[in-house]
Write a protein of this length. Structure first.
Length: 135
């Protein structure tokens, strides 16, 4: 698995307020949907996407549901007890915010080599996972 996509990749794919980030995110999501074995998303990121789409982008529910149907094509990592416990361990190891640590745990579960996110330190390694800012 190449990469776990964070919430901001999903949000920029639908938010057209920054044309450059939107174009890049759309390109990433299209590539992910073509090469499904190389990309994953966490259910945490899908939940955060829906929340941002409602609150910041003011999208109606039917639009959000349509985007979620598109993202359904990606492998989705669920936050079971093991992923959450590993998030606690990663938080203790690296001092990340808990939800960022859980994202790293989800990337580990997916077998991803990278997390594509604006929210982590680009170039930082969290165990075997490299943080990459695709923007």
């Amino acid at each position: 698995m190449k990469a776990l996509l964070d919430t901001n990749v999903l949000v920029y794919a639908v938010d057209r307020s920054d044309a450059k980030k939107n174009a890049k995110a759309v390109s990433i999501v299209q590539a992910a949907l073509r090469d499904r074995r190389d990309y994953a998303v966490s259910s945490q990121s899908l939940s955060e996407f829906a929340n941002v789409a409602f609150r910041k982008l003011a999208l109606p529910a039917d639009s959000i549901l349509e985007f979620l149907r598109v993202f359904k094509g990606l492998a989705t990592i669920l936050p079971d007890n093991e992923v959450i416990a590993r998030g606690v361990e990663i938080k203790a190891l690296y001092g990340l915010q808990f939800y960022d640590a859980t994202l790293v745990a989800a990337a580990e579960r997916a077998g991803a080599r990278e997390i594509w996110s604006e929210d982590l330190n680009p170039g930082q390694r969290y165990g075997g996972i490299l943080a990459v800012n695709p923007f």
